[in-house]
Design a protein around this ligand. Structure first.
Ligand code: COA
Length: 188
């Protein structure tokens, strides 16, 4: 119970850190569909790992209906995960997401094959993925990297790189991009 409360507090403070529009914790807990989606996913993942797969899928689908964010209960997601805006996000069953990752609306972490293998991406710590980006296949987006809005990524992105375009091309992050790729003061 103590861990649960700690986790909720951490998620709320993470929301404040990532969104300049965020105000009080109570309001954020009520209005942020990204928070609702991750909280529901943690329950659904817990059920999934204990063999209650049907209940897990029902919870995930109900959350999708309410938030527009579809996270398969099998997906592994770390701490301080933040989804801004949210609508249209799809995260596949074998996706693995590290700590401190941020996704905008319209992101797909999808597969390219229909076999029951690891077929979705691995997103390492502190990665930001811009609105509408599609990251496809069992590839890795390295820690501290960013994927630009609307990019289509089908190959690994090395750590501390930026991937933009279709198909995405990687370039190293500049020195001045080390702290914040998306300055919350400049977007809505
Ligand atoms: C990819 C991104 C992280 C790059 O940020 P940056 O390093 O500050 O990039 P810059 O603005 O300096 O642009 C560098 C070059 O990349 C291009 N570029 C930037 N973002 C791009 C994108 N998403 N797709 C294609 N090219 C892009 C710029 O036009 C510029 O090209 P140029 O060198 O030919 O002039 C950022 O542009 C981005 O897409 N962030 C996601 C933001 C988002 O989804 N916001 C949603 C808020 S609701």
């Amino acid at each position: 119970m103590y861990r649960l409360v700690q986790m909720i507090r951490e998620d709320l403070s993470n929301a404040r850190e990532h969104d300049p529009a965020a105000r009080g914790d109570v309001e954020n807990a009520i209005v942020y569909s990204g928070l609702h989606a991750i909280w529901a996913h943690r329950v659904a993942h817990w059920l999934w790992l204990r063999g209650f797969k049907g209940f897990a899928r029902i919870l995930a689908q109900s959350t999708r209906f309410l938030t527009g964010i579809e996270i398969h209960p099998g997906a592994t997601i770390g701490r301080r995960f933040f989804i801004d805006h949210g609508m249209g996000i799809v995260i596949g069953e074998t996706a693995e997401i590290g700590d401190g990752v941020m996704l905008y609306h319209g992101v797909t972490l999808g597969g390219q094959v229909l076999t029951q293998t690891k077929r979705h991406p691995t997103i390492e710590d502190n990665v930001t993925i811009g609105a509408g980006a599609k990251v496809l296949g069992p590839i890795t987006v390295g820690r501290g990297s960013a994927v630009g809005a609307n990019a289509v990524v089908t190959k690994d992105v090395p750590p501390e790189h930026i991937a933009t375009g279709i198909p995405a091309k990687n370039r190293p992050r500049g020195k001045d991009e080390k702290i914040k790729l998306v300055d919350p003061d400049y977007y809505i």
